[in-house]
Design a protein. Sequence first.
Length: 298
Amino acid sequence: MAQTAATMTGDFAGFLKPAEAEAYFTQAARQSVVQSLTRRVPLGINGQEIPVVTSKPTAGWVAEGGQKPATKGALGLKTISPKKLAAITVVSAEVVRANPGNYVTLFRDQIAEAFAIAFDAAALHGSASPFGAGNNLAATTKAIELGTSAAAAGGVYGDLNGALKLLVDDKKKLTGWAFDDTAEPLLNAAVDLQGRPLFVDATYENSALSAGRLLRRPAFYNEGVAAGDTIGFAGDWSQAVWGSVGGISYDVSTEATVTINGELTSLWEHNLVAIRAEAEYGWLVNDAQAFVKLQDAA
């Protein structure tokens, strides 16, 4: 009888090289709508202090030989700290033996998606967030319902312009839009006051997200943006930053015990291979009021 050699951790680890681990992180960044719109900052294991302007100097006109006005600008410091995000994927050793290369590719995509979903949920809505109370875009008090403006006022165009007005009236900026993919049919049917489509596809955009422009600003569709009646956000994305400590670290085991569907399962007893991936992300919202929640009126 022919014998098949047991799958060893060392054998499988050979398919996971550090260069491939970096690709996991890159894909996670492309699939996260928040990371696509906000700036990435350097982040060490002890966090990063970011200077924040709290008041600006002003200038005044003076007569020849007159006293020049003295003003004072002020800076504050805010801290962005890394928090750990982790996932474990488990597969049978038979699958790994049959096609280990394809399994690694599948694992990379699954981890990238899982990390992006978890990060966006915390950054947008504070869902299971380790970043602290109010450190999310949904903490804003600004909100507008899409689908409430009359046709004469522009319909959805009028609502989106209303979101812009909420920001500019508060001396804020609108630099981009983030929508859940469930909002796409609503925007596909929306036109401006001249009958032109509101959402314009970005023909040359190389992104895993559905990207385009809306009211001349970059706009993205992605899964997981919606929560409750909120289906999107608009605002000044320079008022939020994110960072990461290195890339994704991983380890492989065929002998550990893993909780699967709420039950402790021995990998060795069930001939399973588990890969654990971990990454450390930081997230900081400087001004939640620089954003508007876009809500579904239906």
